[in-house]
Design a protein around this ligand. Structure first.
Ligand SMILES: NC(=O)C1=CN([C@@H]2O[C@H](COP(=O)(O)OP(=O)(O)OC[C@H]3O[C@@H](n4cnc5c(N)ncnc54)[C@H](O)[C@@H]3O)[C@@H](O)[C@H]2O)C=CC1
Ligand SMILES: O=P(O)(O)OC[C@H]1O[C@](O)(CO)[C@@H](O)[C@@H]1O
Length: 391
């Protein structure tokens, strides 16, 4: 059994690749960083380190890699792959789609074995998104064959893997917790038995719970942390205002999730408590600039901050604390993040109001709009006040 996995980064090696290898798959990574591809091929193994008191070292072996820029190599690997997965980042899905389409077009005319393609990204409907991009590169005849033979089940993946540097370039330290939930409905053929994967009939409750709890909380703390000058997320969360705002934002999303889905308030409370502890894992150091990366994506209408805020407003609830997170996200002026730079440029050129509308889709007639503007002022005043005491 062969799994072709796009993205040999933190989640690729530290989570998806490791689980697939443990389940008996021969894992072939596809990445565009030649040094990484070469190192994987030279060693054909790597270590996943569990960041907790036990510090277990998991040996992942029998892996290899190809370069994603070599479309022919990717197509050749796709012909007999039993599973395709990705962890490249939601914005990269459209870039890998043409090669996946090329591989599928050739495969469905030669191999009638069903194939599932699972995007393991932090996004609602990641695999559906990938499918849409792939179909843009397929003829109608090939689309019909792909409809029959290829499934694009959506997935929710959860495991915190910070940016890291080790002398051993393949080593990756991960938190002990992980969750990988895959939508059964859109799968074709037999469900692959992978220990650690939960198949569910409908993914929506799970992906919304994950994105609107883990990622909402993390993003709120990260943007506020950055705003108030913290580097590490754990340090940011020791700040009473940030901790309290993050918890309150999660109480707001909890209200949404328990109203929409079968999760009880008690379950959500336990889930939140566990997540807050995961954010401050003393065995991992994670920076606010990683967690806040790509703010344009994170401020999108369905993403972790605006998505729940808009839904709550529709339920008649005012999401005060989510709006503090959104306000802070617009102040994320981290110079090494292209999306952060773009937002700051837009604020300068178009003004804050127009920039908020542009990225969040929240119109100036929405009560959320004035709330966000109000929270921007509140944060400015709070920071000015704090800096008085720092002098
Ligand atoms: N790091 C984390 O804690 C978590 C990340 N995720 C999601 O997993 C995805 C990957 O995140 P990370 O592993 O943290 O990022 P990463 O940056 O460590 O890994 C991404 C990998 O994709 C590769 N890549 C970029 N363009 C490519 C292309 N065109 N073809 C093939 N490979 C390409 C990069 O070279 C890199 O090795 C993202 O969607 C993220 O939201 C989900 C849960 C947890
Ligand atoms: O990977 P993204 O979507 O850029 O966001 C970072 C978030 O993803 C995670 O890496 C895992 O869900 C969290 O640590 C963090 O909230």
């Amino acid at each position: 059994m062969k799994a072709l996995h796009f993205g040999a980064g933190n989640i690729g090696r530290g989570f998806i690749g490791a689980l697939l290898s443990r389940a008996g798959y021969e894992v072939c990574f596809v990445d565009v960083v030649s040094e990484l591809v070469d190192e994987i091929n030279r060693r054909q193994e790597y270590t996943v380190e569990i960041a907790d008191a036990g510090n277990e070292q998991i040996h992942v072996s029998g892996v290899r890699a190809i370069n994603g820029q070599d479309a022919n190599a990717v197509v050749a690997e796709m012909l007999d792959a039993n599973l395709v997965t990705t962890a490249v980042g939601p914005n990269v899905l459209k870039l890998i789609a043409p090669t996946i389409a090329k591989g599928l077009a050739e495969r469905v005319n030669k191999n009638v074995q069903p194939l599932n393609i699972i995007a393991c990204e932090n996004a609602i409907g990641g695999s559906s998104m990938l499918k849409e991009y792939v179909y843009q590169h397929l003829s109608e005849a090939d689309q019909r064959k792909v409809d029959e033979l290829v499934g694009f089940p959506n997935a929710a993946v959860d495991r915190i893997v910070p940016l890291q540097k080790h002398e051993d370039k393949l080593r990756v330290a991960v938190e002990p917790f992980f969750e990988w939930v895959v939508e059964r409905a859109n799968m074709v053929g037999e469900v692959p038995p992978i220990e650690g994967v939960d198949y569910v009939p409908n993914l929506e409750p799970y992906i919304e719970r994950k994105l609107y709890t883990v990622n909402t909380g993390h993003a709120t703390a990260a943007y506020l942390g950055y705003y108030f000058g913290y580097k590490a997320i754990a340090a940011a969360l020791r700040d009473e205002f940030i901790q309290n705002t993050t918890k309150q934002a999660l109480m707001e999303t909890s209200h949404l999730l328990t109203t929409k889905y079968h999760f009880s308030s008690e379950q959500q409370e336990r889930y939140i408590e566990k997540i807050m502890n995961r954010f401050s894992n003393p065995y991992l150091s994670d920076v606010v600039t990683r967690i806040g990366r790509s703010p344009i994506r994170k401020l999108g209408p369905n993403d972790r901050l605006v998505g729940p805020a808009v839904q709550l407003l529709n339920l008649g609830v005012t999401p005060e604390h989510l709006c503090i997170g959104i306000a802070a996200a617009f102040q994320f002026n981290y110079e090494y993040d292209e999306e952060a730079v773009q937002i700051q440029k837009d604020i300068k050129e178009k003004g804050l109001a127009e920039t908020i509308a542009l990225y969040t889709g929240i119109g100036s007639d929405s009560p959320l709009f004035s709330l966000i503007m109000e929270k921007v002022k509140m944060l400015n005043a709070l920071r000015a006040d704090r800096s008085k005491y720092m002098k």
